[in-house]
Design a protein around this ligand. Structure first.
Ligand code: PRX
Length: 654
């Protein structure tokens, strides 16, 4: 495959961190960053070994890294427990009564847990799991809203060495079922319902639906959140409050090998089946601890807020594990940014005097649309650092963020990373790196990134290519759950001896990285990864559909949106009713996040002579671009003309 991504982005503005910020920062200058980075990649074992020694180990690691490409074992021989580092470690310090978690519910309720209180709740829940027969290595699935019990459940699982698998609450029953079955989970935890924009989402009913096809599940633990009426199965279901009521608040952290799996998190790939990304305990702990500290310049007195959902990797690493390992105060918000009003985020920042704020470009674009009058109503003077993650941030959104939220005072860290990398890989160091809107700048210490051509050779500065990571890093995925071969194929076979991220990028004259997008069949909708094949196979499974192809189209708000080209079975005519049916079908099988924004009905799809759908062409059509690509292999040129006409006349089918 040729990479014909020409960067059209020529952003020349440079923003230096202020001297006041740099003076107090963990990394104070580019010279300091360069020195740390150089040492870290020349001598990674020494570098990561030193960081690991800041954390608690029941038994010290004997070897920092055992690298048997493509399998890394970090801190081998070391025994630890991530919850000991996230909780117990702080209880003998002044952090004992510090707020670990500040939680704000969508309806406006509030709960705050000090380190000591959180420790107690985690122990009780861990004992509850034990009482249900959960043992080290058993998988526990969490399908929950953004409530404190989600963080408590994660930590409770980790406490006893039971890997958790969190399924985002926006996924459907069908998607939940597939993930439970792939992981062979023994327990599922959900809530009665969740709040979303004032509406109640039936998580328990969805779970019940999923559990019709999940033979490995023994118990369903249910948190009471909204108090709504839910279906109940006395044999299988147990209320969270009943489970923990009489449990002891002492539960010693199980000592696990550093390489013991901490969690599985499913993410979309190039095929129809989601990938179970498996992370380790020790490596992940060290990687998230360190990057949380230096990228966000985390200090003892900071109130830190990452707005992601814990159902995604950002929430795992930078709401729960990273901040708690650092003894920080992490804010967690349950609801939507515009509930009950468009200024809700800014109100929360003012209320808790948030210092560090980490969100996604799609959210920033929504804020821009709603207007700066909303943040202007609130006091944002506590903010000192802003972050962005999930997709390339367009310079316009960057400048808006800088101006109206950061008041031209706060550095912005644009952090590039993935579910698979576990930790931030490329990002400015806020007290050191001059930033350029749209660039995630340079790799963090300990990370070696490169851009290569198809032959795996580094490309000249300024040219586009494949983004690869050239050395193992501690928070890297261990494998894909029970599928070492797919792990090899997906990440280690396209470019020899390098981790292939699936993204295209270029570097500029300063060696800054500019991410240009995915090279595989993965879409990025609102910063969420969706596999085109996954959506296609769902659409094709509808009884009225003969064939379908899904591509991404540009979208001002969500970055990319789903566009589906659909050929209906003979005798079935396109109609609004079918559009509705197909959308509902995608909602049911995957979740509303995968719902096509545009559906284009066509009698035929453009194919090569060998019968392959020409997705590249469809993508150009969906994006209204002239199809200038090579069409010489196209079987029937008439199809292309008809499709282009259709795409330009088709109304947005949302
Ligand atoms: O394409 C990149 C994009 O998001 C993908 C990873 O998605 P996921 O595993 O869901 O994790 C998202 C949160 C870490 C990447 O392959 N991406 C992530 N961050 C950025 C980004 N693209 C550009 N700039 C970023 N800062």
């Amino acid at each position: 495959m040729t990479i014909d991504i020409e960067s059209k982005l020529k952003e020349t503005r440079v923003f230096e961190p202020s001297p006041e910020f740099s003076k107090k920062a963990h990394i104070k200058s580019m010279a300091e960053y360069e020195a740390i980075w150089k040492r870290s990649v020349e001598n990674p074992e020494e570098f990561w070994g030193e960081i690991a020694s800041e954390l608690h180990w029941f038994e010290q690691p004997k070897k920092v890294l055992v690298w048997d490409e493509p399998f890394a074992q970090w801190f081998v021989g070391g025994k630890t427990n991530i919850t000991y580092n996230c909780l117990d470690r702080h209880l003998t310090t002044a952090r004992k009564n510090k707020a670990a978690l500040i939680w704000e519910g969508e309806p406006g309720d509030q709960r705050i847990f000090t380190y000591q209180q959180l420790h107690r709740e985690v122990c009780k829940f861990a004992n509850g799991l034990k009482s249900l027969g959960v043992k080290m290595g058993d998988r526990v699935c969490l399908y929950m809203p953004m409530i404190p019990e989600l963080a408590i459940a994660m930590l409770g699982c980790a406490r006893i060495g039971a890997p958790h698998s969190i399924v985002f609450g926006g996924f459907s029953a069908e998607a939940l079922k597939d993930r439970i079955n792939d992981a062979g989970a023994k327990i599922v935890v959900c809530s009665d319902e969740s709040w979303r924009r004032g509406k109640q989402i039936p998580l328990k009913a969805n779970t019940d639906e999923a559990l019709k096809g999940c033979p490995t599940i023994e118990k369903n633990i249910v948190v009471k959140r909204t108090g709504g009426k839910v279906p109940w199965n006395d044999k299988r279901d147990i209320w969270w409050h009943d489970l923990v009521k009489d449990q002891s608040s002492v539960c010693e952290a199980t000592s696990v090998d550093s390489t013991h799996p901490l969690f599985i998190l499913y993410t979309s790939g190039s095929t129809g089946k989601p990938k179970g990304v498996q992370h380790s305990t020790g490596g992940y702990m060290v990687g998230t601890y360190y990057t949380n500290k230096i990228v966000f310049d985390l200090k003892e007195e900071d109130t830190y807020w990452c707005t992601a959902d814990i159902g995604w990797v950002t929430g795992h690493s930078y709401i729960v594990y990273g901040p708690l390992a650092n003894g920080a105060t992490s804010v967690m918000y349950e609801g939507a940014p515009n509930q009950p009003h468009d200024g809700r985020f800014w109100e929360i920042i003012e209320k808790y005097k948030v210092n560090i704020f980490y969100t996604a470009p799609t959210a920033i674009r929504a804020f821009m649309r709603w207007g700066e009058q909303h943040p202007q109503k609130f006091d944002l003077s506590s903010l000192r650092l802003l972050g962005s993650v999930g997709e390339p941030i367009n310079p316009e959104a960057w400048i808006w963020y800088h101006t109206f939220i950061g008041h031209e005072r706060c550095p912005i860290v644009d952090t590039w990373w993935q579910t698979e990398t576990g930790m931030i890989m490329i990002s400015p160091m806020p007290g050191a790196t001059p930033t350029k809107p749209g660039s995630c700048t340079r790799p963090v210490p300990g990370v070696a990134a490169e851009i290569v051509n198809e032959a795996g050779e580094p490309v000249p500065l300024g040219s586009g290519g494949r983004l690869v990571i050239t050395k193992p890093w501690p928070a890297m995925l261990q494998t894909l759950y029970k599928d070492d071969q797919r792990y090899r194929d997906a990440y280690w076979s396209q470019v020899p001896h390098k981790y292939y991220a699936g993204d295209s990028a270029r570097t500029d004259e300063l060696g800054y990285f500019w991410i240009m997008g995915r090279l595989d069949d993965v879409l990025n909708v609102s910063g969420h990864r969706l596999g085109t094949m996954e959506i296609e196979s769902v659409i094709v499974s509808h009884e009225k559909v003969a064939e379908a192809a899904v591509v991404g189209m540009k979208d001002d708000l969500t970055g990319e949106a789903v566009c589906a080209f659909v050929t209906l079975k003979r005798g079935i005519e396109p109609s609004d009713a079918i559009i509705k049916e197909l959308k509902a079908h995608v909602d049911k099988e995957i979740g509303a996040l995968a719902r096509p924004k545009k559906l284009i009905f066509t009698d035929a799809l453009p194919k090569t002579r060998s019968g392959k759908i020409m997705r590249r062409l469809l993508k150009s059509i969906a994006n209204g671009e002239v199809t200038s690509g090579d069409t010489s292999t196209l079987e029937d040129h008439g199809v292309l003309k008809n499709l282009s006409d259709l795409a330009s006349t088709e109304d947005d089918a949302t």
